[in-house]
Design a protein around this ligand. Structure first.
Ligand code: PMV
Length: 311
């Protein structure tokens, strides 16, 4: 029996979510502790069988909220010029869904990689991005593309819409704690709410968007200089702007506050907001443990410690 595996890791937006939609730059990290694994097997017979935590059965009866996944499989097979029959596709994921951790992008990336590998075809990055972009449109409407770029990159990225992705220099290791609020965020409605406000009061929204872009530039320099104090300070400022834009909520503000009180150098929401995750920059793993404990005390469903290495 032929078996192939495709994998993709999670991602974290350090700074620039939402403002990235308006053309400002953003920084995102690969978050390799959690990932999606897709296993493709041939089982004979007709059709495609899917086995996932959310649905088990034929691709034909796939529920509407998984339409993007079904479409991604069909499109990938089209590109591969293969007939869609006799395949069993298993999707396993340790990335919590809807928490701003890029689960939808990672699933699509792992699927495309798994299918290309199953048919022994070489996959170009541009091919991968075209297929995943289409899948992401089902999940998010008009995504900026930062999720799929970060979830397919081994290194930190500097992302701006319609521009080549650049690498980000990291002057010293930086330690983070990521906390999951346990609540599903709603990126689609958060992006839309900013768009609605923008149409009503463009000056007010523009000010925050431009400031977030400027903060991203400053964070890039502070990362290169290996200056955690400065990065932390900018992350705090970014959270304030995201709150002004209306994409934080009491739960996320509470987690951000708990992290700062426990000794974090800075903390902010990460991803779409209104649920989902926060990230906190800490001095070292010992403070990280303290901050992680405080976050659990404050109601986080789970936490991860994460170090971005010098590069
Ligand atoms: O998928 P999420 O929740 O990490 O959000 C992506 C980041 C946004 O800037 C909010 C949206 C986008 O398309 O860039």
């Amino acid at each position: 029996q032929k078996v192939a595996v495709g994998r993709a890791h999670s991602k974290l937006i350090l700074i620039g979510e939402h403002s990235v939609v308006y053309g400002q730059p953003a920084i995102a990290f690969p978050f390799k502790q959690i990932e999606v694994k897709v296993t493709v097997k041939n089982i004979g017979g007709n059709g495609i069988q899917i086995e996932s935590p959310f649905y088990q059965g034929s691709i034909e009866q796939i529920p509407e909220k998984m339409e993007g996944i079904g479409d991604c499989i069909i499109q990938t097979l089209k590109v591969l010029e293969k007939r869609s029959s006799g395949l069993h596709i298993q999707i396993a994921s340790s990335i919590p869904i809807g928490r701003g951790l890029g689960s939808s992008a990672a699933i699509a990336i792992a699927l495309v990689r798994g299918l290309f590998s199953f048919f022994n075809q070489k996959l170009k990055h541009s091919q991968l991005m075209t297929l995943v972009e289409r899948a992401e449109k089902f999940a998010h409407g008009t995504p900026s593309g930062i999720d799929m770029m970060a979830a397919s990159s081994a290194n930190p990225i500097w992302f701006q819409k319609q521009q080549e992705v650049e690498s980000v220099k990291i002057g010293a290791p930086f330690h983070f704690v990521v906390a999951d609020s346990g609540r599903v965020g709603d990126t689609y409605s958060a992006v839309k709410s900013i768009r609605d406000k923008y149409e009503m009061k463009p000056e007010q929204i523009e000010e925050s968007i431009i400031l977030l872009g400027k903060l991203a530039q400053e964070v890039r320099l502070a990362l290169a200089a290996g200056n955690p104090q400065q990065v932390g300070d900018k992350l705090n400022q970014a959270h304030q702007q995201l709150s002004l834009l209306g994409v934080s909520d009491l739960g996320l503000d509470g987690l951000v506050e708990a992290a700062r009180t426990a000794g974090a150098l800075g903390a902010k929401l990460t991803g779409g907001g209104r649920g989902g995750c926060i990230l906190a920059l800490v001095k070292n793993e010992i403070t990280g443990k303290k901050v992680a404990d405080a976050l659990i005390q404050a109601g986080a469903a789970q936490t991860w410690q994460y170090t971005i290495a010098k590069c």
